[in-house]
Design a protein around this ligand. Structure first.
Ligand code: FES
Ligand code: FES
Length: 198
Protein backbone atom coordinates (compact mmCIF):
# COMPACT_ATOMS: atom_id res chain seq x y z
CA UNK A 1 0.00 0.00 0.00
CA UNK A 2 1.44 3.34 -1.06
CA UNK A 3 1.85 5.81 1.78
CA UNK A 4 0.21 9.17 1.35
CA UNK A 5 2.63 12.06 0.97
CA UNK A 6 0.10 14.83 1.57
CA UNK A 7 -2.57 15.72 4.09
CA UNK A 8 -5.28 18.27 4.58
CA UNK A 9 -4.39 20.31 7.64
CA UNK A 10 -5.88 23.23 9.52
CA UNK A 11 -3.52 25.93 10.74
CA UNK A 12 -4.61 28.56 13.23
CA UNK A 13 -2.81 31.73 12.27
CA UNK A 14 -3.40 35.09 13.90
CA UNK A 15 -6.66 33.77 15.30
CA UNK A 16 -8.00 32.53 11.96
CA UNK A 17 -8.26 28.95 10.81
CA UNK A 18 -6.92 28.01 7.40
CA UNK A 19 -7.55 24.57 5.94
CA UNK A 20 -5.31 23.49 3.11
CA UNK A 21 -3.77 20.39 1.56
CA UNK A 22 -0.01 20.24 1.97
CA UNK A 23 2.78 17.95 0.93
CA UNK A 24 4.21 16.55 4.15
CA UNK A 25 7.57 18.12 3.33
CA UNK A 26 6.16 21.66 3.22
CA UNK A 27 7.68 23.92 5.83
CA UNK A 28 5.54 26.26 7.85
CA UNK A 29 7.41 29.12 6.20
CA UNK A 30 6.47 27.98 2.69
CA UNK A 31 2.89 27.31 3.77
CA UNK A 32 2.63 30.85 5.13
CA UNK A 33 4.25 32.58 2.21
CA UNK A 34 3.45 30.45 -0.82
CA UNK A 35 0.10 28.96 0.11
CA UNK A 36 -1.55 31.53 2.36
CA UNK A 37 -0.04 34.74 1.03
CA UNK A 38 1.22 35.74 4.45
CA UNK A 39 4.45 37.17 3.10
CA UNK A 40 5.30 39.24 6.16
CA UNK A 41 7.35 36.30 7.42
CA UNK A 42 10.58 36.42 5.44
CA UNK A 43 12.80 33.74 3.99
CA UNK A 44 16.49 34.43 4.44
CA UNK A 45 18.66 31.33 4.71
CA UNK A 46 15.90 28.67 4.79
CA UNK A 47 18.07 26.62 7.14
CA UNK A 48 17.58 28.01 10.62
CA UNK A 49 20.55 30.36 10.62
CA UNK A 50 19.26 33.90 10.20
CA UNK A 51 15.99 34.28 12.13
CA UNK A 52 14.22 36.15 9.32
CA UNK A 53 11.36 33.64 9.44
CA UNK A 54 10.76 33.86 13.21
CA UNK A 55 7.12 33.50 14.26
CA UNK A 56 5.44 32.80 17.57
CA UNK A 57 4.14 29.29 18.21
CA UNK A 58 1.94 29.14 21.28
CA UNK A 59 3.64 32.37 22.32
CA UNK A 60 7.17 31.00 21.98
CA UNK A 61 9.43 32.11 19.18
CA UNK A 62 10.52 29.63 16.56
CA UNK A 63 11.91 29.63 13.05
CA UNK A 64 9.25 28.68 10.52
CA UNK A 65 11.77 27.32 8.01
CA UNK A 66 12.64 24.43 10.33
CA UNK A 67 9.06 23.61 11.24
CA UNK A 68 6.94 21.36 9.08
CA UNK A 69 3.48 22.76 8.42
CA UNK A 70 1.89 19.45 9.45
CA UNK A 71 3.63 19.70 12.82
CA UNK A 72 2.21 23.18 13.39
CA UNK A 73 -1.37 21.95 13.27
CA UNK A 74 -3.10 22.58 16.57
CA UNK A 75 -0.75 25.37 17.60
CA UNK A 76 -1.48 29.07 17.89
CA UNK A 77 0.66 30.63 15.19
CA UNK A 78 1.31 34.35 15.29
CA UNK A 79 3.02 36.13 12.44
CA UNK A 80 3.93 39.77 12.07
CA UNK A 81 0.58 40.35 10.35
CA UNK A 82 -1.20 39.41 13.58
CA UNK A 83 0.58 41.71 16.01
CA UNK A 84 -1.18 45.03 15.57
CA UNK A 85 -4.51 45.75 17.21
CA UNK A 86 -6.37 47.30 14.33
CA UNK A 87 -4.59 50.56 13.54
CA UNK A 88 -2.60 50.40 16.75
CA UNK A 89 0.81 48.81 16.36
CA UNK A 90 2.14 46.33 18.89
CA UNK A 91 4.45 48.17 21.33
CA UNK A 92 7.46 46.36 19.89
CA UNK A 93 6.49 47.39 16.36
CA UNK A 94 6.03 50.97 17.54
CA UNK A 95 9.42 50.97 19.27
CA UNK A 96 11.15 49.72 16.11
CA UNK A 97 9.43 52.46 14.15
CA UNK A 98 10.19 55.21 16.67
CA UNK A 99 13.83 54.26 17.11
CA UNK A 100 14.68 53.29 13.52
CA UNK A 101 15.23 49.65 14.39
CA UNK A 102 15.65 48.77 10.73
CA UNK A 103 17.08 49.92 7.44
CA UNK A 104 15.91 47.75 4.52
CA UNK A 105 13.36 46.06 6.78
CA UNK A 106 13.85 42.53 5.49
CA UNK A 107 14.87 41.08 8.85
CA UNK A 108 12.39 43.24 10.77
CA UNK A 109 9.34 40.94 11.01
CA UNK A 110 11.57 38.22 12.44
CA UNK A 111 13.31 40.68 14.76
CA UNK A 112 9.98 41.92 16.08
CA UNK A 113 8.51 38.45 16.66
CA UNK A 114 11.75 37.39 18.29
CA UNK A 115 11.81 40.49 20.49
CA UNK A 116 8.29 39.75 21.73
CA UNK A 117 9.36 36.24 22.65
CA UNK A 118 12.60 37.45 24.23
CA UNK A 119 10.85 40.04 26.39
CA UNK A 120 8.40 37.43 27.66
CA UNK A 121 11.20 34.93 28.32
CA UNK A 122 13.07 37.55 30.30
CA UNK A 123 9.99 38.55 32.27
CA UNK A 124 9.43 34.88 33.10
CA UNK A 125 12.92 34.74 34.61
CA UNK A 126 14.61 32.66 31.95
CA UNK A 127 18.37 33.18 32.08
CA UNK A 128 20.47 33.68 28.97
CA UNK A 129 24.04 32.66 28.21
CA UNK A 130 25.29 35.97 29.63
CA UNK A 131 23.23 35.94 32.83
CA UNK A 132 25.59 36.08 35.81
CA UNK A 133 23.31 34.61 38.46
CA UNK A 134 21.18 31.79 37.10
CA UNK A 135 19.71 30.67 40.43
CA UNK A 136 15.89 30.68 40.21
CA UNK A 137 15.67 32.76 43.39
CA UNK A 138 17.79 35.47 41.74
CA UNK A 139 14.83 36.38 39.51
CA UNK A 140 15.06 37.98 36.08
CA UNK A 141 18.47 39.54 35.45
CA UNK A 142 18.64 43.25 34.61
CA UNK A 143 17.89 43.59 30.92
CA UNK A 144 21.27 45.00 29.95
CA UNK A 145 22.34 45.66 26.39
CA UNK A 146 24.39 42.46 26.65
CA UNK A 147 21.30 40.53 27.69
CA UNK A 148 19.32 41.91 24.78
CA UNK A 149 22.08 41.21 22.28
CA UNK A 150 22.45 37.65 23.52
CA UNK A 151 18.72 36.99 23.58
CA UNK A 152 18.37 38.42 20.06
CA UNK A 153 21.50 36.76 18.71
CA UNK A 154 19.53 34.34 16.54
CA UNK A 155 18.28 37.22 14.43
CA UNK A 156 20.79 38.56 11.95
CA UNK A 157 20.55 41.95 10.28
CA UNK A 158 22.59 42.44 7.14
CA UNK A 159 22.07 46.19 7.38
CA UNK A 160 23.70 46.21 10.80
CA UNK A 161 20.87 48.06 12.50
CA UNK A 162 21.78 46.37 15.76
CA UNK A 163 22.23 49.44 17.96
CA UNK A 164 18.77 50.69 17.16
CA UNK A 165 17.29 47.21 17.47
CA UNK A 166 18.73 46.91 20.99
CA UNK A 167 17.26 50.29 21.87
CA UNK A 168 13.87 49.36 20.47
CA UNK A 169 13.77 46.10 22.40
CA UNK A 170 14.82 47.94 25.55
CA UNK A 171 12.10 50.53 25.13
CA UNK A 172 9.41 47.93 24.50
CA UNK A 173 10.58 45.83 27.45
CA UNK A 174 10.55 48.90 29.67
CA UNK A 175 7.06 49.79 28.55
CA UNK A 176 5.88 46.24 29.22
CA UNK A 177 7.35 46.21 32.72
CA UNK A 178 6.52 49.81 33.56
CA UNK A 179 10.17 50.68 34.16
CA UNK A 180 12.29 53.44 32.71
CA UNK A 181 13.15 51.99 29.30
CA UNK A 182 16.57 53.45 28.70
CA UNK A 183 18.01 55.08 31.81
CA UNK A 184 20.84 57.39 30.88
CA UNK A 185 21.17 56.13 27.33
CA UNK A 186 20.50 57.98 24.13
CA UNK A 187 18.99 56.24 21.13
CA UNK A 188 22.40 55.30 19.81
CA UNK A 189 24.11 55.32 23.16
CA UNK A 190 24.15 51.64 24.14
CA UNK A 191 27.90 51.29 24.40
CA UNK A 192 28.38 50.06 27.94
CA UNK A 193 27.91 46.32 27.72
CA UNK A 194 26.79 46.09 31.33
CA UNK A 195 24.44 49.03 31.15
CA UNK A 196 20.94 48.31 32.36
CA UNK A 197 18.53 49.47 29.71
CA UNK A 198 15.24 48.26 31.13
S1 FES B 1 14.93 31.68 6.87
FE1 FES B 1 14.51 30.60 8.68
S2 FES B 1 16.23 31.00 9.95
FE2 FES B 1 16.75 31.92 8.04
S1 FES C 1 17.14 46.03 8.32
FE1 FES C 1 18.04 45.21 6.50
S2 FES C 1 18.56 43.19 7.08
FE2 FES C 1 17.96 44.11 8.93
Amino acid sequence: MALSTSSVITLKINGEKHTLPVDHRTTLLDALRERLDLTGTKKGCDQGQCGACTVLLDGRRGVACLQLAVAAEGREITTVEGLADGERLHPVQQAFLDLDGFQCGYCTPGQICSAIGAIEEHAAGWPSAVTDDVRPEAGPPPLSADEIRERMSGNLCRCGAYNSIVQAVARAAGAASGTDPVPGASVHGVTDSKETVA
